[in-house]
Design a protein around this ligand. Structure first.
Ligand code: SF4
Length: 63
């Protein structure tokens, strides 16, 4: 099963992924790092686009 992994150490909290795919990504309670909305989100095209546009390249989609 595909899985999304966010390297929160490298995440700068820019919010790009949240803007591009709010169904899957949100900012944590401190608004500092991205996190997943759900444990096992559906892997849609916007997920791949958010990963591609992440400036820190810290979103990985594991097939
Ligand atoms: S786009 Fe990347 S660096 Fe920006 S908040 Fe999302 S995971 Fe973090």
């Amino acid at each position: 099963m595909a899985e999304i992994v966010i390297d929160t150490y490298r995440c700068s909290g820019c919010g790009t992924c949240v803007e591009m795919c709010p169904e899957v990504f949100r900012m944590d309670s401190m608004a500092e790092k991205a996190e997943l909305v759900a444990v096992a989100p559906e892997i849609t095209d916007p997920v791949y686009q958010a990963a591609a546009f992440c400036p820190e390249k810290c979103i990985e989609v594991k097939e």
